[in-house]
Design a protein around this ligand. Structure first.
Ligand code: NAP
Length: 274
C-alpha cells in the first residue's frame, strides 16, 4: 500500500460519474489521501465513498450539492470550513455541455452551464487557493477540454466555457509560480461518460467512434500525473495533442467551420439544429 504523502485531503467536484469518479479512484489508490466527494447524486457518492474507504483505508466525506447555482461555491467552501477541513488538492471537474443551435437552446441550461463550468470553478479556486498559498502547499486541477482551443459552432457556449477554463488556468499558473501551489488544466478529447447524454448528443456521433476516444480511467491517470508534476496544461492522448497542435496553426475561421460541420453532423436527440 502506498504511504501517505504531503497531500492529505482532496476535494473533487463531479465525483459521482465519469472522469471525476476515476480521478477519485486514482487519488485514493496512488496517494491514499482522504477525499471530499461532491456532486448532486448523493447515493452514487456514498456508494463510491464506501468502496474507496474499504479498499484503501481512507476517509471520504460526501457533499451532495448543485454547483450550477449562483452562490454554490461559497456554500460549499463554508460547509467544508464548518467541518474543520482544509483540502490541499482541489479538482474542479464537474461540468456539462449542450449540443445544438444556440438560438434554440434553453436559457436556464446555458445559465447553469456557465455557472458550473466557469463561475463555480473560479470561485472555488479563489476560496481554496488562498489557504493553500498561506501554507505554501497545494494543487489545483481544472478540467477543461480540447474544445478550449477553438470556437465550436453548435456547441458554442460549451466551447467558450472551456476556453475560459484554459485561459484562467494558464494565467493563474503564472501568478502562483513559486507560491508552492500549482494549477493544471486537463484537456480531454472525447471520453464515453454521462457527458454525451447530458449534452444531448447522440451515441453514434462521429467523433465518438475515432481512436481519439480514451477511457475515463486513462484520462484520469493523465490528469493525475500532470497535476503531480505541476504541469500547466495536459492534453489527453497523442491524437488529441496532434489535433490541438494543428488547430493552433490553422486560422480560427477555418477551425470554426470544421468544428461546426462536425458538431452539426451529430444527430442531436432534440433535433435543435438550424
Ligand atoms: N466526456 C467527454 O467527452 C469530455 C471531453 C472533454 C472534457 N470533458 C469534461 O470533463 C468533465 C467531467 O465530465 P464527464 O465526461 O466525466 O461527464 P459525466 O460523466 O456527465 O460527469 C459529470 C460529473 O459532474 C457532476 N455534475 C454535473 N452537473 C453538476 C451540478 N450542477 N452540480 C454538481 N455536480 C454536477 C455529475 O454528477 P451529478 O449528475 O450527480 O451531479 C458528474 O459527477 C466536465 O467538465 C466535462 O466538460 C468531458
Amino acid at each position: 500500500m502506498p504511504a501517505r504523502n504531503v497531500h492529505q485531503l482532496a476535494l473533487i467536484t463531479g465525483a459521482s460519474n465519469g472522469i471525476g469518479l476515476e480521478l477519485a479512484k486514482t487519488l485514493a489508490a496512488r496517494e491514499r489521501c482522504d477525499l471530499i466527494l461532491v456532486a448532486r447524486t448523493k447515493e452514487k457518492l456514498e456508494h463510491l465513498a464506501r468502496e474507496l474507504e474499504k479498499t484503501h483505508s481512507i476517509h471520504c466525506h460526501v457533499l451532495a450539492m448543485d454547483l450550477g447555482q449562483h452562490g454554490s461555491a461559497r456554500e460549499l467552501y463554508d460547509q467544508v470550513k464548518k467541518m474543520g477541513l482544509s483540502p490541499d488538492t482541489l479538482i474542479n471537474n464537474a461540468g456539462f455541455g449542450d449540443a445544438g443551435a444556440f438560438v434554440r437552446s434553453k436559457d436556464a441550461k446555458i445559465e447553469s452551464m456557465m455557472t458550473l463550468n466557469m463561475e463555480t470553478l473560479t470561485l472555488l479556486t479563489r476560496y481554496f487557493a488562498a489557504g493553500m498559498v498561506e501554507k505554501q502547499n497545494g494543487r489545483i486541477l481544472n478540467v477543461a477540454s480540447i474544445a478550449a482551443f477553438q470556437p465550436g459552432p453548435y456547441m458554442a457556449v460549451y466551447y467558450a466555457t472551456k476556453a475560459y477554463v484554459l485561459s484562467f488556468t494558464e494565467a493563474l499558473a503564472v501568478e502562483l509560480k513559486n507560491s508552492g501551489v500549482t494549477v493544471t488544466a486537463l484537456c480531454p478529447g472525447p471520453v464515453l461518460t454521462g457527458f454525451q447524454s447530458g449534452a444531448n448528443m447522440a451515441d453514434d456521433a462521429g467523433m465518438l467512434k475515432t481512436p481519439a476516444v480514451l477511457p475515463a480511467a486513462k484520462v484520469a491517470e493523465i490528469g493525475y500525473e500532470a497535476m503531480k508534476c505541476g504541469s500547466t496544461v495536459a492534453i489527453a492522448g497523442t491524437i488529441n495533442r496532434l489535433m490541438t497542435f494543428s488547430t493552433r496553426l490553422a486560422p480560427r475561421s477555418i477551425t470554426a467551420k470544421i468544428a461546426g460541420r462536425l458538431n452539426r453532423g451529430h444527430k442531436h436527440k432534440s433535433e435543435n439544429v438550424l
